[in-house]
Design a protein around this ligand. Structure first.
Ligand code: ARG
Ligand code: ZN
Length: 845
């Protein structure tokens, strides 16, 4: 059934202490639990969640319960009130579970002979009978018995011996933060001393053979710990921090208290096997999970509707961390670009939902870009409105007031209201209502006054036909015709449906609006290509400078999908950009990157048109060729000049050069028949250049030989082979994509039960926009077949991959019919999981 936010009620018992004993065995693990419970009032029966558990014994205070005392169902165990003693009592259960049969990778499961857990959101109920809800927080004592060298759980290490170990977590936590790992593992270790002088042992645990790829993860962890002390005054609070890499994992990583568990692709890195982008992601996710220690673990969520309380804030924190320690200003461009392509896309389709939803069937379906990335944008807006100083005060108050609690979005907003004296009632709509506001701007100049007029409106989303005006922070600057700032960045606060703001200026200025992407809205403004080119050359705000080039590219590409020739103004603007050696290479690289095909389809649909995937693909390819032809000499000179010599370093500066150099290479490959790309592929001593060259060759239809070589070299490295599977299908010419995906799905190396491998191949196809949207519907059928096949094994990953269908209403009626048929076929599959059944129904609308 559907669960509603409005139905929240507190749990009628306090649970202060939990003792768990695990007797590990692959097909018959025993879990003994002792829960110390105190009723909050009188007469309540005791409900515990539990799924797929074999109940061995059940007792209270040492006495076994009789069958009449309780009710056991598919979803849990209820002990009748009459069977409960008065006052506090200890409930004892013993259950049996089969970790080696757990293919859903939720609860306790096995990956390459190693035991591990994933409990968020509701996996703990597959481990033992328990009040599996985030507002029930308890202290855990864990004993693990198992014939494996490394036995880990949350908190500080307790007693241990041959074949057993005990762990004590002094910090009360909800069950979703529980973790257990047991295996033959090796650690890369270090230490960290907190500002207050607590010595912390740091361990990165991996399978033997992987230990030479852990240094960067360890250094990233240390950088995260320093950063959180400086930027947020948050220190670590246990004497050990363990981080484990596993190969079979549904998501990126998990912030279990003192025992973070990671998808191995977000831990393992060496210059030969990881790209610059991988390094950045690894550091960001290690930061993210570490920052959860305060924003997630010490202060958690009252219920799962509040998920973005911890996720939005923690993403905002990890984005700030990456900007501060690595990427600088281009980080904002990347985050804004991701938000627009992925979150705006979600808002535009049938899956649109508020960052804080008010109902769901399966919570795992709400770990979305809206909850995470839009949630982070909302925190960013709060910071902008409050100012840096008040933001820090509000956060200090949040930690002080709510430490040890399970909180709501209202609690969070209240600290900002208390610190700033603002009324955030209207602002709260960002959390409670779905959709992307559109902001129409017009301007006027008369008698030394320049006036900007904004009109906001938000297109309807499922279940929300009417939208109230939002509180939108709009950062604006004004430039004169020489490109000098006549008004430095000001924050305008829009609260009405329509609102004007005036400025005294001597001549008509050029406005730079929504600087730094100050709010997640679509800006709509009639702007000449000349003005866009002017801003691309002169805007003093980095984001808007990039944005001007982006809009110029988009406008050119859209015209080209209708038969226009590449606009000379755009080609010239790119020439100026390439000639400007004052720019950071990373910034120039972002400016050279054309809007993606899916993004163009999104823009066309938003403009009321029907995107044609093949026309979009051809336009993009033709524009690249035109740029390359016009600027061949300059690109070639840049390509030579940007070569990074010496040993590989993942630092931002060399990475920025490699990024721009590969962008040049991609263009030059339009003209040189792959000569440079082949040479780079052969010479490269790092994965960034090797994989970069391979991708470029495949995109140009010249990749067969390099693909073979690459595969032969890396066939024993799972993570590198994931990249290989992905790029074969994502980058190949669209007309080959489905056939290629079908062939690779028969390859003996295609281990579809591994989520990374599944996502590489199936996600590779959906990333090939024109390939996936092949006219004959073969791409749709391929995806649907695989979702139906994966669902009984791993519903979470199947449901997540189904979001590739969310854009279906954009396309022509023939494609819509084909997709509707596939979605209907999925939804009518017998025995479909709750996850995929909810998704297919929402997708159908
Ligand atoms: N809390 C984790 C993170 O973002 C994600 C866990 C998501 N798990 C899930 N089954 N939906 O850091
Ligand atoms: Zn998170």
């Amino acid at each position: 059934g559907t669960i509603y936010l409005k139905d929240y009620t507190p749990y009628p018992f306090d649970l202060d202490q939990v003792h768990l004993t695990f007797r590990l065995a692959p097909s018959a693990t025993r879990v003994l639990a002792r829960l110390h419970l105190t009723p909050k009032g009188e007469g309540a029966s005791l409900h515990l969640d539990g799924e797929e558990l074999k109940l061995i014994s059940l007792g209270i205070d040492g006495t076994a319960l009789q069958p009449a005392d309780y009710l056991l169902t598919e979803t849990g165990l209820t002990v009748h009130a009459a069977a409960l003693p008065e006052g506090a009592f200890t409930l004892e259960t013993e259950v049996e579970i089969a970790p080696n049969a757990n293919t859903a990778l939720e609860g306790l499961y096995m990956s390459n002979g190693m035991y591990c857990t994933q409990c968020e959101a509701e996996g703990f109920r597959k481990i033992t009978f328990y009040p599996d809800r985030p507002d029930v927080m308890a202290r855990f004592h864990v004993r693990i018995e198992g014939d494996l060298p490394v036995l880990l759980s949350n908190g500080n290490a307790g007693a241990s011996g041959e074949g057993w170990a005990e762990w004590d977590d002094p910090w009360p936590k909800p069950a979703y933060l529980f973790a257990l790992v047991a295996g033959d593992l090796v650690a890369t270790s270090g230490t960290f001393t907190t500002k207050s002088g607590l010595e912390v042992d740091l361990n990165i645990w991996v399978r033997p053979g992987d230990e030479d790829r852990c240094d960067f993860a360890l250094e990233s962890l240390k950088r995260s710990m320093v950063w959180d002390e400086e930027a947020y005054g948050r220190e670590y609070d246990l004497s050990v921090f363990n981080l484990v890499a596993v190969d079979d994992f549904n998501m990126g990583a998990m912030e279990n208290k003192g025992l973070n568990i990671f998808n191995s692709k977000l831990v393992l890195a060496s210059p030969e096997t990881a790209t610059d982008t991988d390094y950045v992601r690894i550091e960001a996710v290690i930061g993210h999970e570490y920052f959860h220690n305060w924003t997630g673990d010490r202060i958690t969520c009252r219920d799962w509707f509040q998920l973005c309380l911890k996720e939005g804030l923690t993403v905002f924190r990890d984005q700030s961390f990456t900007r501060d320690v690595r990427l600088g200003p281009v980080k904002r461009i990347e985050d804004a670009a991701t938000l627009r392509t992925r979150q705006f896309r979600e808002d535009q389709g049938p899956l649109a939902h508020p960052p804080r939803p008010n109902h769901y069937r399966e919570i795992n379906n709400f770990y979305t870009v809206t909850v995470y990335e839009k949630g982070a944008e909302i925190v960013g807006m709060l910071k902008r409105l409050a100012g840096d100083e008040a933001y820090r005060q509000a956060l200090d108050l949040y930690f002080e007031r709510h430490d040890g609690q399970a909180c709501t979005i209202e609690d969070w907003l209240k600290v900002f209201e208390d610190v700033t004296g603002r009324d955030l009632t209207q602002f709260a709509l960002w959390y409670t209502s779905a959709g992307t506001p559109h902001l129409k701007v017009t301007d006027a100049y008369a008698d030394g006054r320049y006036t900007l007029t904004f009109r906001q409106s938000t297109p309807p989303t499922p279940g929300e036909p009417e939208k109230a005006p939002r509180h939108i922070p709009i950062a604006v600057g004004l430039l004169d015709l020489q490109g000098r700032e006549v008004l430095s960045t000001q924050l305008l606060e829009m609260t009405e449906e329509e609102q004007s703001f005036s400025f005294d200026v001597a001549e008509r200025p050029v406005p730079s609006i929504l600087r730094d992407f100050s709010a997640p809205v679509v800006l709509q403004r009639e702007q000449s290509p000349e003005e866009q080119a002017f801003l691309l050359a002169h805007d003093t705000d980095g984001f808007n400078r990039w944005e001007a080039g982006r809009s110029l590219a988009q406008r050119t590409l859209i015209a080209m999908t209708k038969g226009a020739r590449p606009a000379q103004g755009y080609i010239d603007a790119i020439g100026n950009l390439l000639a400007d050696d004052t720019l950071e290479p990373a910034f120039t690289a972002h400016c050279l990157a054309l809007p993606g095909e899916d993004e163009l389809a999104q823009a066309l649909f938003a403009a009321g048109e029907t995107p044609d995937p093949d026309a979009i693909h051809s336009a993009r390819s033709a524009l690249s060729r035109a740029i390359a032809t016009a600027h061949e000499a300059r690109l070639s000179a840049l390509y030579d000049a940007l070569e990074v010599k010496g040993p590989y370093s993942p630092d931002a500066e060399p990475a920025g050069k490699r990024g721009l150099r590969l962008a040049c290479l991609s263009l030059l490959t339009k003209l040189d028949n792959g000569a440079r790309a082949k040479a780079l592929f052969d010479a490269a001593d790092n994965m960034t250049e090797s994989f970069g060259a391979l991708s470029i060759l495949i995109r140009a239809g010249l990749g067969d030989e390099a693909s073979e070589t690459f595969r032969a070299r890396w066939q024993d490295n799972r993570l590198v082979m994931d990249k290989w599977f992905m790029v074969q299908v994502a980058a190949c010419p669209p007309e080959d994509a489905v056939a290629k995906a079908e062939a690779l799905s028969q390859d003996q190396a295609f281990d579809w039960k591994n989520p990374n491998r599944f996502r590489s191949l199936i996600g590779g196809l959906t990333a090939n926009h024109a390939g996936f949207h092949a006219k004959d519907g073969s791409g749709y059928a391929f995806l649907a077949d695989w979702l139906i096949k994966l669902d009984p094994m791993n519903p979470q990953t199947a449901a997540r991959m189904s979001t590739s269908f969310e854009t279906w209403r954009r396309y022509d009626s023939a494609r819509q019919n084909l997709i509707r048929e596939e979605l209907t076929r999925i939804s009518q599959t017998r025995g479909l999981s709750r996850d995929l059944s909810e998704m297919s129904q929402r997708l159908l609308g």
